[in-house]
Design a protein around this ligand. Structure first.
Ligand SMILES: Nc1nc2c(ncn2[C@@H]2O[C@H](COP(=O)(O)OP(=O)(O)OP(=O)(O)O)[C@@H](O)[C@H]2O)c(=O)[nH]1
Ligand SMILES: [Mg+2]
Length: 403
């Protein structure tokens, strides 16, 4: 309920009243049962509320019955989150993703309306002979979904190209991931000296942002800030943001940020680990960044204690590096940077056979300087060189030859 209140506040709502109903089973018509509906109706009147938000999925019938009985708008948690997303999406891809999620949410609900919406109506040219409104609605939505999916494919192809270009330059990506409000954007700003929006509202970040960062080892990497996670998100919604989450799956290292000052920190950690596994990022090396330690008592900041607490709800991953920081105050940044340098899979060595013009002294010199030349075979004007070199050099050479 606290999380729902926070979400509602993030959507711009003011909370007038919380009502809790305990039942052995949900009631089919109204979820909460008649007596409770009456009590709720009285509260709606006395506080003059505009909207009632349920922390439970509502069936289309329940939603309709409740709206009739309460005479105000009734929404559930998913719709609230969709509303927040819709108001935050800035990029074209973000907007398309949100619309896709909204339509996917709507489609199964339409079928629920079956009987009422099957009325034949006017609207010349909107439907064929004998076609029901439901069918036209479904078809229109399905068509729109298809169109958005195509548009998204286009946007994603462009993005994949971007990422390929990015990976042609040997820069690893660090992805910030974590529960909404954990402090990812604050840490992003701290690490990269940027000023992306960091805000107490949930889901402040929707579209990924990427900035360069130079590590103490002088290696340059890219840091990517991403959309936050939240519990009980319908899979259709999660899927709509798959593209954004690709930043995480394709990263060399995930900085899993958790707000340790939250009473639910352990649940949040477990949830994020679960989602990371679902999107195929379970194998990506991870550092658990324990954030907001400025809010803890000094006696609570012991890393081992924190680790035990955070892993109480999660299986596995218990051996990830844990670094305690305060992104807001800047504490622990040196430790975090050192940990990144240690954990980041370094430019690994690759074996290759290069086919070069025999006169390409510059390349041969590079190979000798940065790698190991195992054998050289000359055939006339050309030569084959067996080498063991850092991947970044191999990529640089390929790129040079492609030009
Ligand atoms: N006390 C304290 N507050 C912090 C710290 N880091 C972030 N915050 C606050 O936590 C709130 C959320 O921070 P963000 O950086 O926007 O969090 P986020 O993870 O990017 O959140 P979303 O983008 O909404 O998922 C803001 O009000 C920050 O000022 C910290 O180390 N200490
Ligand atoms: Mg953010």
């Amino acid at each position: 309920m606290d999380e729902l209140a926070e979400l509602a506040a993030s959507a711009g709502a003011e909370i007038s009243e919380r009502v809790v109903q305990a039942r052995s089973a949900p009631e089919a018509a109204t979820l909460i049962g008649h007596g409770k509906v009456e009590e709720l109706a009285a509260a709606v009147k006395s506080y003059a509320v505009d909207v009632v938000i349920f922390d439970h999925d509502l069936s289309p019938t329940q939603q309709r019955n409740l709206e009739k009985a309460l005479a105000v708008k009734v929404i559930d948690r998913t719709q609230l989150i969709l509303d927040i997303f819709a108001s935050r999406a800035r990029t074209r891809e973000g907007r398309l993703q949100v619309e896709l999620a909204q339509l996917n949410y709507l489609l199964p609900r339409l079928s629920g309306h079956g009987v009422e919406m099957s009325r034949l109506g006017g609207g010349i040219g909107t439907r064929g002979p004998g076609e029901t409104k439901l069918e036209t609605d479904r078809r229109r939505i399905a068509k729109r979904i298809k169109k958005i999916a195509d548009d998204l494919d286009g946007v994603r192809a462009g993005r994949a190209l971007h990422r390929r270009r990015r990976s042609a330059v040997p820069l690893a990506t660090l992805a910030l991931a974590g529960y909404t409000n954990a402090g990812k954007s604050t840490l992003f700003n701290r690490l990269t000296q940027s000023e992306v929006l960091a805000d107490a509202r949930m889901f402040a970040t929707l579209d990924p942002t990427v900035r360069p960062l130079t590590l103490p080892s002088r290696r340059r990497v890219l840091v990517s800030d991403t959309v936050g996670f939240i519990g009980n998100l319908p899979t259709t919604l999660v899927k709509a943001f798959r593209a954004t989450l690709e930043e995480v799956t394709e990263a060399a290292l995930v900085l899993h940020v958790v707000d340790v000052s939250s009473a639910s920190a352990a649940e949040h950690t477990a949830h994020v680990l679960k989602v990371l596994a679902e999107i195929g990022a379970a194998e990506v090396p991870q550092i658990l960044v324990v954030n907001k330690i400025d809010r803890l008592l000094a006696s609570e900041t012991d890393t081992e204690t924190i680790r035990r607490r955070l892993w109480s709800h999660a299986g596995g991953h218990g051996n990830a590096r844990v670094v305690a920081v305060s992104a807001l105050m800047g504490a622990g940044m040196d430790e975090l940077l050192a940990a990144i340098d240690e954990v980041l899979p370094v430019d690994p060595l690759v074996r290759a056979t290069l086919h070069l013009p025999a006169g390409d002294g510059a390349t041969l010199a590079l190979l000798h300087e940065f790698g190991r030349v195992l054998a050289t075979r000359y055939t006339g004007e050309e030569c084959d060189v067996d080498v063991e070199i850092p991947e970044s050099l191999s990529r640089r050479l390929e790129e040079r030859r492609a030009r």
